[in-house]
Design a protein around this ligand. Structure first.
Ligand SMILES: [Zn+2]
Length: 163
């Protein structure tokens, strides 16, 4: 191989590498950041929700419900995450702590509007906190410590889909 051919090959290898890495970054982005508020998704509050028939990975249940309220859309929780074990959980089997003081979604990572001004934090789409638990005792213990009430899916979604 000539020196020129070697350089060309090296450049090609780097370019292909960049494309592959870029593809993975884009594919993982949807998993790593909330489909609504763009905040990083926490492993123990991640929710997969279907809003108006479109499936998205969301930072927390409250964020998905806020979207439904604001946009007057129908929301359905597909998968939630057990706060304790970070394992996926069927929302129908879950106990939710609703209205908790504990907010995982970072207020410092405030959303920016079109003019790049941060929204006033009087309203936060991820507040009050709503988290899922596999076991009722764990939900009750969390609520005792962090505030909120333990509810099941139908109670949690009451109102969210009432338009
Ligand atoms: Zn969110």
């Amino acid at each position: 191989m000539t020196k020129r051919a070697l350089i060309t090959t090296a450049v090609l290898v780097v370019l292909v590498g960049l494309v592959v890495v870029g593809y993975h970054v884009m594919a993982n982005r949807e998993e790593a950041f909330c489909g609504f508020c763009n905040r990083p998704i926490h492993a123990n509050s991640k929710v997969v929700a279907e809003i108006d028939g479109r499936r998205r990975t969301v930072c927390c249940a409250r964020c998905a419900i806020s979207e439904a309220y604001q946009e007057k859309k129908t929301v359905r929780l597909i998968t939630v995450t057990d706060y304790i074990s970070s394992k996926p959980l069927d929302p129908k089997q879950a106990y939710f702590v609703d209205g908790s003081r504990k907010i995982l979604c970072d207020h410092d990572a405030a959303m920016l509007d079109e003019t790049k001004h941060a929204y006033p934090l009087t309203f936060d789409r991820c507040s009050p906190g709503t988290y899922a638990f596999a076991r009722r005792e764990e939900a009750t213990a969390f609520a005792r410590e962090n505030g909120g009430v333990v509810v099941q899916l139908n109670e949690l979604m009451q109102g969210a889909n009432a338009q």
